[in-house]
Design a protein around this ligand. Structure first.
Ligand SMILES: [Cu+2]
Length: 156
């Protein structure tokens, strides 16, 4: 607990705000890529982010890559026959013009298979996002133990 408080204090004094980070690529705005911390024995992990499209054309997230894992796939969670299962999304996820695509727990996620190092709280690692129209974007994924809070600015 003491360690957590110290870490939080360091973050607050560094940025003066919550440690959210975001990116712009053309008319796309990519909000806080993050991954859930997993136990060291876990071979796989999942990354999340929200993509806003401020343009007038639909774009697609086709996939992602990271050196941290052997393979990264877009997945979605489905409720089927009373069970929660996940499956690979073929063809990518649309980011509608004026809209957003949300990758969050219980929905779309970037599934990382064959982690080369455990995902420990506080880690940061690079990931490349592949968009159909906007091209590639390198982002930094922050490993954390809780989903980021949805801020008022982003509730739209
Ligand atoms: Cu998955």
């Amino acid at each position: 607990m003491r360690k957590t408080l110290l870490a939080l204090g360091a973050l607050l004094s560094f940025s003066g705000t919550l440690a959210a980070h975001d990116y712009n690529l053309g008319s796309l705005h990519i909000e806080h890529p993050w991954a859930m911390a997993v136990p060291a024995v876990s071979p796989n992990g999942a990354a999340y982010l929200v993509i806003h499209n401020r343009g007038t054309d639909t774009d697609m997230l086709l996939g992602a890559d990271t050196v941290r894992a052997g393979k990264t796939e877009i997945h979605e969670h489905l409720h089927k026959d009373g069970l929660m299962k996940m499956q690979k999304v073929e063809g990518g996820v649309a980011i509608p013009a004026g809209g957003q695509a949300r990758f969050e727990q219980g929905g779309y996620h970037l599934m990382m298979f064959g982690l080369k190092q455990p995902l420990n709280d506080g880690d940061k690692f690079p990931m490349t996002l592949h968009f159909q129209k906007a091209g590639d974007l390198d982002v930094e994924v922050h490993v954390q133990t809780q989903a980021p809070a949805v801020t008022a600015e982003h509730q739209h």
